[in-house]
Design a protein around this ligand. Structure first.
Ligand SMILES: Cc1cc2nc3c(=O)[nH]c(=O)nc-3n(C[C@H](O)[C@H](O)[C@H](O)COP(=O)(O)O)c2cc1C
Ligand code: SF4
Ligand code: SF4
Length: 252
C-alpha cells in the first residue's frame, strides 16, 4: 500500500495538516508540477490537502488536478480523499474538489474540512495571533484524528451539493489579478523569500527589491512570511508565522 499526499499550502496550515497523515509520502504540488517528484505508478491511495479559497478549490490545486493528474494513468488509485483547511466556512469546496476530479475520471471517496487560523487579510484585517491559533487548533485536533482514522479504514464520505453551486462554479476558477493594497516597503532587503514561496511566481526581485506583479491570488504567503515584515496590506497588522517553517513552503 502506498499513500501519496499532494499538498497546496500558501501559509502553512495545509502543509501542517498533510504532515499529520501517517506513513505517507508528502509533497507540495509544485514538486509534481516541476518534475522534482514523480508519483509512483503503484500509488493506490492519494490524499489532496489544500485550503478553501472563496468556497472553492484554489487555482494552483485545480491546475495540479487538471494538468498533472489529468495527464497520468490513474487506474491504480483505489482511494482518493481530500482534507481541506478553512476558516470555518468551506461551503462548496469539497463538492468542487469532487467535480474537478470527476472531470479527469477520478472518484473522490472521502472529504473533510477543518477549521484553522484565517490567514485571509481582507476579511480578518490582522494576522491570527498565537493565542487564537492555539485555541483554534485545540478544537480542530480531535476532528483531524477522527478523519485520519476514517481514511486509514478507507471510509466513504461524499460531499453534498449545496444550493448556489452553479454560480460559485462559474466564479471559482479564481481569478488572479492585481492586488492593489499589497505593497513592498523600504524595509525590503531583496532576500527573495517572497519570490520563492509565491505560488503564482508573481514576485520578482528587481534592483535588490521585491516587485509584486499582477497575477496575484491573494493568498498572503508573501505578507505573512517576509522575514522583515516588509510586505504591507493596507492597515493590516502582524504576521502569521503559523505551523510550519518558511523553508518548507519554498516552491523554487
Ligand atoms: C484567498 C483566500 C480565500 C479564502 N477563502 C475561504 C473560504 O471561502 N472559506 C473559509 O472558510 N476560509 C477561507 N480562507 C481561509 C483559508 O482557507 C485558511 O486560512 C487556510 O487554512 C489557509 O491554508 P494554508 O495556510 O494552507 O494556505 C481563504 C483564504 C484565502 C487566502
Ligand atoms: S521576503 Fe521581504 S525582504 Fe525578502 S525580498 Fe520579499 S519583501 Fe523583500
Ligand atoms: S503575490 Fe499574491 S499570490 Fe504571490 S504570495 Fe503574495 S499574495 Fe500570494
Amino acid at each position: 500500500m502506498r499513500t501519496v499526499v499532494a499538498v497546496y499550502s500558501a501559509t502553512g496550515n495545509s502543509l501542517y495538516l498533510a504532515k499529520l497523515i501517517p506513513d505517507a509520502d508528502v509533497h507540495l504540488i509544485d514538486e509534481f508540477m516541476n518534475g522534482t517528484y514523480t508519483m509512483p505508478e503503484d500509488t493506490d491511495r492519494l490524499a489532496l490537502v489544500f485550503p478553501a479559497n472563496a468556497f472553492s478549490v484554489p487555482y494552483p490545486m485545480r491546475r495540479f488536478i487538471s494538468e498533472y493528474l489529468g495527464n497520468r494513468d490513474n487506474s491504480s488509485l483505489g482511494y482518493v480523499y481530500a482534507f481541506i483547511t478553512c476558516a470555518g466556512i468551506p461551503l462548496y469546496t469539497a463538492y468542487d474538489a469532487a467535480r474537478c476530479l470527476e472531470d479527469i475520471g477520478v472518484v473522490l471517496s472521502y472529504a473533510a474540512s477543518f477549521r484553522f487560523p484565517d490567514t485571509y487579510l481582507p476579511l480578518k484585517k490582522n494576522a491570527p495571533t498565537e493565542e487564537e491559533t492555539e485555541k483554534t487548533l485545540e478544537k480542530t485536533m480531535s476532528l483531524i484524528k477522527a478523519a485520519i482514522d476514517d481514511t486509514e479504514n478507507e471510509k466513504i464520505k461524499l460531499p453534498h451539493r449545496l444550493p448556489g453551486w452553479r454560480i460559485i462554479r462559474k466564479a471559482s476558477p479564481a481569478v488572479a489579478g492585481e492586488n492593489k493594497k499589497l505593497s513592498v516597503s523600504k524595509r525590503c532587503t531583496g532576500c527573495g523569500v517572497c519570490a520563492a514561496i509565491c505560488p503564482m511566481e508573481n514576485i520578482s526581485i528587481e534592483n535588490g527589491k521585491a516587485v509584486i506583479n499582477s497575477n496575484c491570488i491573494k493568498c498572503f504567503a508573501c505578507y505573512h512570511r517576509c522575514p522583515v515584515n516588509a510586505i504591507e496590506y493596507g492597515k493590516a497588522q502582524g504576521q502569521y508565522k503559523g505551523l510550519v517553517k518558511t523553508e518548507e513552503l519554498r516552491r523554487r
